[in-house]
Design a binder for this molecule. Structure first.
Ligand SMILES: Cc1ncc(COP(=O)(O)O)c(C=O)c1O
Length: 436
């Protein structure tokens, strides 16, 4: 079969991309990151095309969002059909089919038994913000426990819970009070015992467990470095929460909607939260997220929380079509392709000392780059250079943590996208880290 990507017609950014970028630089907020000069103009499956017709294999899915690729016909049709009916009516105040369908779908997909309920949002950070309000109101307690390396978003509660990079917080204080950060378990860098010890110390010296409303964690840490904790770590927190009436909240914004090979990452561990949050991949790129909570927890009264656009009818249609695809085929494909990519990346690790660790579940894979395998010193510069070079060779990558490449492609990835991507990844490392 002939493949029409990757394809570099001009060295990126080409003239059309440069024009888009120049206008953006002139008029957009300087706070945007803009990792490298990709000016997207289209896409198909796990391929992105830029403004000059260059085509890239996509291993980043617009930060783990484009679950079904860039224009899956079933999602596009659902969006078009919904848009042709009505664009808005406000699900906080009125009723419509897609809204109730999506709430039902999410509530009945929850990993635990019993009755659950859903609150629809526009984004991940809005889901986090609402979950903090829900937890405080339900428990009538002030304190929150979050984790070092966590990323939960950019609004005030979410930013206060985050601790992946100081740039997200610098200059924005005062942040939410009563937030305590503890170590997250990353088997490459610490032990569950270290984490448990720090938790015990926190409860002995700084906050009484009975003052804690919620423990909020990403079941697999995303922005902080694609770290995969042990079941023991998550079970420890489930036990602590049960003992003290604390809510356990899983932020599945990045891990959910099939990315790890199961609908929710919690399913891998058999640890059931009281509340979980979703967004990102849920709408294949349309803005939608949710707070999904046990009915016994979602007790806030009428009018206490709402959202003008949350659960917009077009976004609901995208989410329902996405969930159909994820549940029928894409979670399974993520699991299968994840195994293929992990195998390929581990093979690269054998011959390249700069790859300290390769870990993953489904299409949530971290490749941690180090200067030295013994000291495990992060190779931050190498990560940046690898992202940039891969882009010029037709592979879209994205870093996270100090020096980890997150491999988070669309869940429609196929064998070719995996194998060709591995080839480019390897060729880039040959150029950048030849001594290995
Ligand atoms: C785990 C997690 N939670 C929350 C967020 C925030 O989501 P959003 O950017 O949609 O507000 C992100 C975004 O990267 C995330 O990875």
């Amino acid at each position: 079969m002939t493949r029409d990507y990757p394809r570099l017609l001009v060295a990126p950014p080409g003239p059309k991309a440069r024009a888009v970028i120049a206008k953006d630089k002139a008029f957009s907020s300087p706070s945007y990151i803009k990792e490298y000069p990709l000016a997207a103009a289209g896409g198909r499956g796990a391929m992105v095309e830029d403004a000059d017709g260059n085509r890239y294999i996509d291993w980043m899915a617009g930060i783990a969002v484009s679950a079904t690729g860039y224009n899956h016909p079933a999602v596009v049709k659902a969006v078009q059909d919904a848009a042709g009916k009505f664009l808005h009516v406000c699900g906080t105040d009125f009723y419509y089919q897609g809204f109730s369908d999506l709430c039902e779908r999410l509530a009945t997909s929850a990993p635990g038994r019993g009755k659950w309920r859903a609150f629809l949002t526009n984004s991940g950070t809005e889901a986090v913000e609402g979950a903090v309000k829900l937890a405080r109101r339900h428990t009538r307690r002030p304190a929150l426990i979050a984790f070092q390396g966590a990323f939960h978003g950019r609004s005030y509660a979410a930013m206060s819970l985050s601790s992946s990079k100081v740039k997200y917080r610098a200059g924005f204080g005062p942040l939410l009070p009563e937030v305590y950060h503890l170590p997250f378990h990353n088997p490459y860098r610490n032990t569950v015992e270290d984490c448990v010890k720090a938790a015990r110390e926190l409860f002995e010296t700084r906050v009484a467990p009975d003052d804690v409303a919620a423990v909020i964690l990403e079941p697999l840490q995303g922005e902080g470095g694609y770290a995969i904790p042990s079941k023991e770590f998550l079970s420890f927190w489930r036990r602590i929460c049960d003992e003290h009436g604390i809510l356990l909240i899983f932020d599945e914004v990045q891990t959910g909607a099939g990315r790890t090979g199961k609908l929710w990452a919690a399913e891998h561990f058999g640890v059931i939260p009281d509340v979980f949050l979703t967004a990102k991949g849920l709408g294949s790129g349309l803005p939608i997220g949710a707070i999904v909570a046990k009915e016994a927890v979602m007790t806030w009264p009428r009018g206490s929380h709402g959202s003008t656009y949350g659960g917009n009818p077009v976004a609901c249609a995208a989410a329902l079509a996405t969930l159909d695809l994820v549940e029928s085929e894409l979670a399974a494909n993520a699991a299968k392709m994840g195994v293929r990519l992990l195998r390929g990346l581990k093979k690269l690790q054998l011959k390249r000392a700069c790859i300290g660790d390769v870990r993953g579940l489904g299409l949530f894979i971290g490749v941690e780059l180090v200067k030295d395998r013994k000291t495990k010193e992060p190779a931050a510069e190498l990560m940046g250079k690898l992202e940039q070079l891969a882009f010029t060779k037709g592979l879209l990558l994205l870093g996270c943590g100090k020096s980890t490449i997150r491999v988070a492609p669309p869940l429609v990835l196929n064998d070719y996208d995996a194998d060709k991507g591995l080839e480019i990844f390897d060729a880039c490392l040959t150029r950048l880290a030849p001594r290995y």
